[in-house]
Design a protein around this ligand. Structure first.
Ligand code: CP3
Length: 365
């Protein structure tokens, strides 16, 4: 059934806007919290849908299913945000590459890009509405159903992370194929990265127009394996360019969040780009990063995901330590990476409630 997309001014207004305020560095009465990969296999209600026979990309492409799965964490937890259910690898799909989600393995791209000649197979200017319009339907429908309870986050993979999957053909331990591509064919790498960047920019702007109230860019994979020289040549400029170009098209009230995993040396330079908030991985030290970024950006993160396996008292203690390091302003609590499939929902709930209670108490004294 076709989705009726409402224009932005007819969508429900935000009631709990803590997340947006914290991303933009405005005062908040407590710290907002959500979890990367909060929708997914750690929730029995998600597994039930998967077991009903829906394959992963079908769940992304059928707006009613994507919205149902996006809203599952909101029904179960007091999370301060919904992130739309999709995957970063829909961008390579839109550019003409096959991507399969193989259970027990993860993403597989059967025809990876290994030489400059392979780039000819890429559709460098896909029609975003024709290829990814289902996500805009899902975002708009999600806004209607969330009814202003919390903000809705849209997202995209960062160009180098996407290029890594496109060259490696899936997960990879050493990233040797993409790394050697950079040494052998730097010019072709830049051409591919620029084409991916163009798609991401258009895709993120379309997500805003469909109803996304914050946009996160995931540099989750690949950049952490690069030399700093290569990071600053092949990853950073495209990350910066996305924020710059999206910011020109999207009002300043819609925060842009950058997550660059394993590149701690880059926070200071990233703080001078157009991102409003930088998301920290679990190895980054909040106190150090606050100093590096000055007051230029808000921060998000970064509880070690493994802490979620601990007893409730330990989770509370870790949250308390984390809040003291970040402070309660210009801060969105999150995990340092995503929820794992074997997380207990009770412990995720403990994490979320601890952030909300402890930060509220900290602000009251
Ligand atoms: O709740 C949310 O965060 C929204 C949904 C979301 C998914 N993927 C769903 C998903 C988001 C934001 C992503 C982003 C994503 N996808 C990233 C960046 C964030 C990160 O984790 O660093 C990356 C690197 C991917 C690529 C990807 N997709 C991998 C490596 C895998 C396999 C690993 C795994 O957990 O199975 C996926 C599959 C995937 N994406 C699943 C989900 C819920 C599991 C699919 C299944 O049900 O089998």
């Amino acid at each position: 059934t076709p989705i009726k997309r409402l224009p932005l001014d007819q969508l429900p207004r935000l009631k709990n806007d803590l997340l947006v305020r914290a991303y933009l560095g405005q005062k908040t009465e407590r710290v907002p919290v959500w979890c990367m990969r909060q929708a997914g296999r750690h929730l029995p209600e998600f597994r039930a849908l998967r077991e009903a026979g829906y394959d992963f990309f079908t769940m992304c492409q059928v707006p009613e299913l994507a919205v149902e799965v996006s809203l599952q964490p909101l029904r179960r937890y007091a999370t301060d945000a919904v992130i739309i259910f999709c995957d970063i690898l829909v961008v390579p799909q839109a550019m003409g590459m096959e991507v399969k989600m193989v259970s027990g393995v993860g993403p597989v791209l059967p025809q990876p890009l290994r030489t400059p000649e392979d780039l000819a197979r890429l559709n460098k200017k896909p029609d975003i509405e024709a290829t990814l319009g289902y996500l805009m339907d899902a975002l708009n429908l999600a806004r209607q159903e969330i009814n202003g309870q919390v903000p809705l986050i849209g997202f995209s993979g960062a160009p180098f992370t996407l290029f890594t999957y496109m060259v490696e053909g899936g997960g990879s331990r050493t990233k040797d194929k993409v790394k050697s591509f950079l040494y052998k064919y730097p010019q072709a790498a830049h051409e591919a990265l620029q084409a991916i960047t163009d798609v991401c920019v258009e895709y993120l702007i379309a997500q805003y127009q469909a109803g996304a109230q914050a946009l996160q860019i995931f540099e989750s994979v690949g950049a952490e394996y690069l030399t700093q020289d290569h990071f600053y040549e092949f990853a950073f400029p495209y990350l910066a360019q996305i924020a710059e170009r999206v910011r020109e098209a999207v009002p300043a009230t819609v925060p842009l969040v950058g997550f660059s995993k394993g590149t701690q040396y880059a926070y200071e330079k990233l703080s001078y780009t157009k991102y409003d908030c930088l998301s920290l991985d679990w190895q980054s030290d909040p106190t150090t990063v606050r100093e590096q970024v000055g007051g230029r950006v808000s921060l998000q993160g970064n509880l070690d995901s493994a802490a979620i396996y601990a007893a409730p008292e330990v989770i509370r203690e870790e949250v308390s330590k984390m809040l003291k390091k970040f402070g309660t302003q210009g801060y969105v609590a999150n995990l340092g990476h995503g929820c794992a499939p074997d997380f207990s929902p009770e412990n995720v709930d403990t994490f979320i409630k601890s952030v909300q209670q402890i930060s509220f108490e900290m602000n009251s004294v």
